[in-house]
Structure formats: C-alpha cells, structure tokens
Design a protein around this ligand. Sequence first.
Ligand code: DSN
Length: 479
Amino acid sequence: MSDFASTVSSIYTQALGVIEAVEPRIAAATRAELADQRGSLKLIASENYASLPVLMTMGTWLSDKYAEGTVGHRFYAGCQNVDTVESVAAEHARELFGAEYAYAQPHSGIDANLVAYWSILAHRVESPALAKLGAKTVNDLTEADWETLRHSFAEQRVMGMSLDVGGHLTHGFRPNISGKMFHQRSYGTNPTTQLIDYDKLLADAREFKPLIIVAGYSAYPRRVNFAKMREIADAVGATLFVDMAHFAGLVAGKVFTGEEDPVPYADVVATTTHKSLRGPRGGLVLATKEYAPSVDRGCPMVLGGPLGHVMAAKAVALAEARQPSFQTYAQAVADNAKTLAEGLLRRGVTLVTGGTDNHLVLLDVGSFGLTGRQAESALLDSGIVTNRNSVPNDPNGAWYTTGVRIGTPALTSRGFGAADFDRVAELITEVLRATTPVATAAGAPGKARYSLADGVADRTMAAAGELLDTHPLYPGLEL
Ligand code: DSN
C-alpha cells in the first residue's frame, strides 16, 4: 500500500471510530455507502467519485464560519480565511473556463440557477427601473414604485428545453420555482432526428420574446451549438443563460471547444461542481463583466451564508481540473460514452437520437416492452445503478417513463476503458432481454412490476464484480 493510501486509511478509520462513538448508525451508513459505491456499476450520468483530497477538504472547521456577503465585504467579522478560500475557488474557475467572473458560493445546482435568474432580473429589470426612477437601491423606492417593480419581475418570460427531451425542472417548469417566477415556453427537438431544431427555436423565440433563453440539459445525449444559441438570443434581445451542470467536465477538459464551449457565448453560465466536473456537491456561476455585479449579489439576494468547507473543496477540485490529466479524463468520458452507445446499438437497443456525442446515453426501453421504472429496477437488482428518464413524447409519463439514462463520468474515474464499457453494454442488454413486465393491478401504488429470468441477476452481479475488481475505487483505502 502506498504511504498516501495508508495514511488516508488510518485517518478515515479513526474518524469513523470517533463518529461511531457519537452516532453508530451514521458511521455504519458511511461505511455501507463506500461498500455500495465500490460494489456496483455506477452509471448515473450526474454522479461521479470525488478525489480523496476533495472529500477530505470538506471535513474541516471551515464549515463553522459564517461569511454572508462577498470577498472583502462580509456581514460578519473574522472572514479572512473564507475570503482566501472563496478567492482561490473563483480564481481557479475563471482560469479553467476562461470566464470574466466566477462566483463560488451557490450550495447546489438549483441555487446556482436561482442566482443566475435573479442576477439577470436584477440587471435587466431592476437596474433600469431604479435608474428611471432616480433611485440607488430598492430601499429608496416608494411603496407604489416597489409594488410596480415587484409585479414586473413576474411578467418576465423564459424559454428552456422541454423536460421530456432532456431539459431540467429549473428551466421554467411549474413544479419548480422557476416556473412560478416566469412565464415559460419550452423548445423541443425535431421529431425525426430528436435533435434541437434551431430554426424552430428561433421562430418560437421571435413569437414569445423571452427575456432569457436557457441552453443546457440533463438528459439530452448530444452537444449544443452555443454560437447558434447566441444568435437566437441576440435576434430577440434575450439574455443567454447556459446551465452546463451535466457537461462542465467536458468543457473544463477541453472536449467541448469552439462553438460547443458555452463560456464565450453566454452572458451567464451556471453549473454544479459534482457531476462530470468531479468536485464536491455544490454550484458555481460564471458571468461576463456586464453581469458580474448582479451575480455578486447572490448572497443575500437568494443565498444564505456560504459553505466555507465546500468552497474550499471546489477550489481543490478546480485545481485538479486544471491539470492535463483532467483533459485525458474528459476525453475518455466522451470516448467511453460512444463505445457504450455503439455496444448497445450493435445489440439492438434503441437509443434516443441514435447515439451520443457527450457523456450520456438515453435508452428507449419501450422495445423491450418495459417501462423505465421496470428496467431501472431490474438493472439495480443486477448491480447496475441507473436512473429512469422520460423519452420524447413519453407514453408512460414522468414517473414510470420509457427511458433509462446512463453516463460514463463515474466509471471512467475508476479507469474503465473501451473494452470495459463494451462489456457493460453487453450486461445491460442481457438484463433487459431477461426482464418481463408483470401486469400491475389497476390502482396499485407505483410499484415496478417485473420479473427477471432465473440466475440473471446473480450472473450479472458476478460479471460486474470482475470489472469492478479490475478498477478499484480509492485503491488502498481500507476501513
Ligand atoms: N439530479 C440531476 C441529474 O441527475 O441530472 C439534475 O438535477
């Protein structure tokens, strides 16, 4: 065992011992989670394995400091170390993505998107209204002017990708606050190619006249042309907001360059830091100089105290992503996704858009006679962790669905290569072929009723175990 692995093993063993003395169930769940993550094929497209330095950075007393405000301008005394942490995270983010401004405070993806939306509203709606009324801040407004301004926030429009073709809830959908804040119209994909139809998007945008166009997705297996998105936004006077949460790692790793890199084209870009970017669970916002002052108001506009320990871990992860090895990793994520898609297609599986050119693949399991929920459950029984997902015009709705979304970021972090992913495609296909739906009694609560042929789950788990043993997670870490 290397010195590093032995030191880390000792640190975690002792730390879990200390936790165990206070609340044994938490120590047990933490150990069990490591075993689960080590022992299954993690194909959830939005998950990854953060490095041990990133994980360790989160477990410190930086968690204990309140630091509402911005770097050098806090509402609490004694924030000099959080200032350092936040500045270093922002510096790495600016350098890594070539952004004019970076804001490291958002606690999650939804927080990052809320900062993005409200900073755009502040810049496009609030600031001009204040200027017109000769007021410096909202506190200078009369009650009547404030009421008018409040109502004008609610009149704004947003256009984002439709949920059933891969958009995200935070892109203006009713169950999410973004749908309650804005009038929303979604754009879809071409029914034949299942690809974004930029001409139709432009025509719809001309008609709807949104304040904001959102580009980005959670389940669209293709690249986006951000130069075209910029042209469309400019044609209708919209702000271009890109949610790159899923593919930030591919941007950081220079797989998405030129017109596929959102940063040179968007006004505001938000991301999570824990998906393909492989950092701690959290969010990040990038912006042009024009939007920077309003993004900088994220706290107190929509955020509370920043999480110093998580911003520290973001800084460590972003420093890792600036290493040449991260570019190799990101390219492997995309290459592996192609191999996985080709392996599935060759075995007769239907894929939305017919393939992938990013990090994810969306299986349409309707041809197996299954719902997404049945397929997801059968795969889980066999040691393959995925998540069900809608396909375009999904006949089974958003709960049962007809799709299964899989992605390569996590297993690529473990070192899986082309041959491994082809074997993964084979295992997935075998499980799907061996699964049959079992009729659900009318009105039965949402159970995934299916039956898996005898021995398939055990055989698949054993085969998955062989692959996983070849590529250990946190090698040398023994608890
Ligand atoms: N939960 C994330 C995903 O799985 O894509 C997005 O919110």
